[in-house]
Write a protein that binds this ligand. Structure first.
Ligand SMILES: Nc1ncnc2c1ncn2[C@@H]1O[C@H](COP(=O)(O)OP(=O)(O)O)[C@@H](O)[C@H]1O
Ligand SMILES: [Mg+2]
Length: 255
């Protein structure tokens, strides 16, 4: 299997406080790779550096061996990185379908400009985009909500919508920051099934930052544990669950 994303020797400080120290990570193609660790361990900061919102002080990010360290956020989206955030990031005031269309428009701005400039002649483009938007909704079991205003959806469905919107960018890798936060058990189970489906059926690799250990253990191929900005351990769920260092730093004796 090929390495899709490589994080090499990443350091990051905020005002003299070292948040990431020589972090190295290899994410293999077509896997679900979880990143876990206590609050403040640096997980969100690492995601921010991978997707370009933050710059590392040192170190490099590679996508399929291509150095993307100096790429802008938009350039990273174009080469195949998409993410969702720790807090819900849906566009309220728009319908569920319109939320997906914003991503498709972002991916295909020239098509939209043409349809505006040339009017009806290019209307088929709009119909085509709507059809594709509906397919993404179908994939996360939300097509019955297409015309609903986003703010009327429960948290679990808003999270699925956010994921569908990221999928519409057709990424190679999807970065998820605590997607199960605020979801109940049932919503979390559904989320887990959809994550596996994204990986298996769409061939999209996932980097999953998550506190819900049941979800992490159920869906992950490999787990990296971050503690005080350093990689503490890495391995498959069965080994990580039993690792005394991980239990001491994060999971607790009762896990
Ligand atoms: N923009 C920032 N400015 C200053 N400190 C920050 C900033 N972002 C994160 N931090 C600090 O970096 C540490 C790691 O935070 P974060 O990456 O959010 O951890 P996690 O996601 O693992 O909970 C924390 O101590 C946090 O307060
Ligand atoms: Mg975080």
């Amino acid at each position: 299997m090929a390495t899709l994303l490589e994080v090499k020797g990443i350091y990051k400080s905020f005002g003299g406080h070292e948040v990431l120290k020589d972090v190295n990570l290899k994410i293999e193609e077509l896997t679900i790779h979880a990143l876990i660790g206590p609050n403040g361990a640096g997980k969100t900061t690492l995601l921010n550096i991978i997707n370009g919102i933050e710059r590392a002080d040192r170190g490099n990010i590679y996508l399929l061996n291509m150095d993307i360290t100096n790429y802008t956020v938009e350039a990273r989206v174009r080469v195949g990185l998409a993410r969702t955030f720790q807090l819900l990031e849906v566009f309220s005031g728009l319908t569920v379908l319109e939320n997906i269309l914003t991503a498709l428009f972002a991916k295909n701005p020239w098509g939209i400009i043409k349809s505006m400039l040339f009017g009806e002649r290019f209307h088929p483009i709009e119909g085509q985009l709507k059809k594709r938007a509906l397919e993404y909704l179908e994939f996360v079991n939300l097509s019955h909500r297409a015309d609903e205003e986003v703010q009327n959806l429960p948290a679990g469905e808003q999270k699925l919508l956010e994921i569908a919107r990221a999928l519409a960018l057709e990424p190679k890798i999807l970065l998820l920051d605590e997607p199960a936060a605020g979801l109940n058990n049932r919503e979390t189970r559904i989320l887990g099934e959809i994550l596996k489906k994204i990986c298996r059926e769409k061939g999209i690799t996932i980097l999953l930052v998550e506190h819900d250990m049941e979800l992490v253990m159920r869906v992950s191929d490999l787990i990296t544990v971050l503690n005080f900005g350093e990689v503490l351990a890495e391995g498959p769920p069965t080994l990580i669950q039993k690792d005394p260092r991980v239990i001491k730093a994060y999971l607790g004796e009762d896990f």
